[in-house]
Write a protein that binds this ligand. Structure first.
Ligand SMILES: Cc1cc2nc3c(=O)[nH]c(=O)nc-3n(C[C@H](O)[C@H](O)[C@H](O)COP(=O)(O)OP(=O)(O)OC[C@H]3O[C@@H](n4cnc5c(N)ncnc54)[C@H](O)[C@@H]3O)c2cc1C
Length: 387
């Protein structure tokens, strides 16, 4: 991986999720040789919404996706925080034109499937290999060998583990350790707004209960689809699945006593998915030689600041910059500089999200939304705890 005998490295990205696709898009725009290996047999449109803060949109902008996403997404005037029972407004975070003027990029609410499809459109189609579940990788001299569950193998000069909260690449780097189940589950769904009677869903609202909450928002400009996501204690349900079905009866029971507007929304909803919420403490290291992690693989967090995917996108921009800076030089050093640049910020957001206080009281979100991954200073590589 040094300048001697230099030929352009080829990159294997494990995982075609939000981070993996974004990085593949950014690297392929520079002419790099990239291949994405995804365990799923095909892309699935899961019924979920996603919030993209201005810090995330800055990265999507570099992929040329902003105009498309503005057409597909809802542009909320605010994030309203309300008391679960009385409906009292606790704090309203201004979004819309206010946030856009302040941060130079919009806050957008969209269908997760729309975001995923947009990211996939930024990657050459033949660069994504589906049905490739990574089971092992070995660094052998100058390159890395990848082995997949279907019995095939591949070679790469560098590997980026963008394989999510249960990352196999993280496990290979740092040893087996299950992410921590928080004891909370999220019920989530997207359904036709026309089914909701007697209440208008026209912004993003978080209804704060004593130990549980629900967030409700539209996911397209015409507001024809509405999303909600709960966080509810359920200490015995640590199932790892994107597609597990939940029971509506469970949602009604969990949110009994919530404000009438919330009841109208959940009563209208035909079905939900149920998702156990996992997280980790900040990791001691994110890279080892030609292998590096990004996104949930290295900083899985609770969704309470709506920043997990945004952090993954920030990672991709900084990693792409560090790879470009190392061009023809020491890529492993570039990976360590990426890690040094990103670790403290990701840890701050990870630990902040764990508190579940974002927006409950008057606060200034500038340190999160104002971050620009394209101009943030790149740090020098530093020794990690494992060195
Ligand atoms: C309820 C909920 C709501 C959320 N809301 C928001 C929000 O509003 N805004 C926000 O920014 N974030 C949000 N998040 C967080 C966000 O979903 C994650 O942080 C984000 O998806 C992380 O992206 P990623 O690319 O790291 O991982 P993922 O998007 O999880 O992608 C990982 C990919 O790797 C693949 N994979 C896994 N293992 C292997 C393997 N061994 N071999 C090959 N492929 C593999 C997976 O199939 C998957 O496609 C939310 C999370 C939850 C749970």
């Amino acid at each position: 991986m040094t300048a001697a005998g230099y030929s352009k490295p080829n990159y294997a990205i494990i995982g075609a999720g939000i981070g993996g696709l974004a990085l593949a898009g950014l690297l392929s725009r520079t002419g790099a040789k990239v291949r994405v290996y995804e365990q799923a047999a095909e892309f699935q449109r899961i019924g979920a919404g996603i919030q993209m803060g201005p810090n995330a949109v800055r990265v999507l902008r570099a992929l040329g996706l902003e105009p498309m996403l503005r057409r597909l997404a809802f542009y909320p005037p605010s994030w309203a925080n309300r008391a679960w029972d009385t409906g009292e407004y606790l704090f309203e975070l201004p979004y819309g034109e206010d946030a856009e003027a302040r941060y130079g990029a919009p806050y957008l609410l969209m269908h997760r499937g729309d975001l995923h499809a947009a990211l996939a459109s930024a990657v050459p189609p033949d660069a994504i290999a589906y049905g490739k579940k990574l089971i092992d990788l070995q660094t052998t001299g100058p390159d890395v060998r990848l082995r997949f569950a279907d019995g095939t193998s591949a070679q790469a000069d560098a590997v980026i583990g963008a394989d999510g909260v249960h990352s196999r690449v993280r496990e290979i780097l740092l040893g087996p350790e299950r992410p921590r189940f928080t004891g909370f589950v999220a019920h989530r769904t997207v359904f036709p707004t026309a089914l909701i009677k007697g209440v208008t869903v026209d912004t993003c609202t978080k209804w704060w209960g004593p130990d549980r909450h629900i967030v409700i928002y539209p996911v397209n400009p015409a507001r024809t689809e509405t999303y909600f996501v709960t966080s509810v204690p359920d200490p015995d349900w640590d199932v790892e699945s994107w597609s597990a079905k939940g029971e509506m009866a469970e949602v009604f029971a969990a949110l009994a006593g919530f404000h009438a507007d919330v009841q109208r929304v959940i009563e209208a909803c035909p079905q939900v998915h149920k998702w156990a919420l996992f997280e980790r403490d900040p990791l001691p290291r994110w890279s080892d030689g030609p292998v590096v992690l990004l996104g949930d693989a290295c900083h899985p967090m609770t969704p309470y600041m709506a920043q997990g995917a945004a952090c993954a996108l920030e990672d991709t921009a900084v990693l792409a910059r560090c790879i470009a800076a190392a061009d023809g030089g020491d890529l492993a050093e570039g990976f360590r500089r990426y890690e040094a640049t990103r670790r403290d910020r990701a840890a701050r957001i990870q630990l902040g999200s764990r508190q579940n206080e974002w927006g409950k009281e008057r606060m200034d979100p500038g340190w999160v939304y104002g971050y620009d991954a394209w101009t943030a200073p790149i740090a020098e590589a530093r020794a990690t705890a494992a060195e």
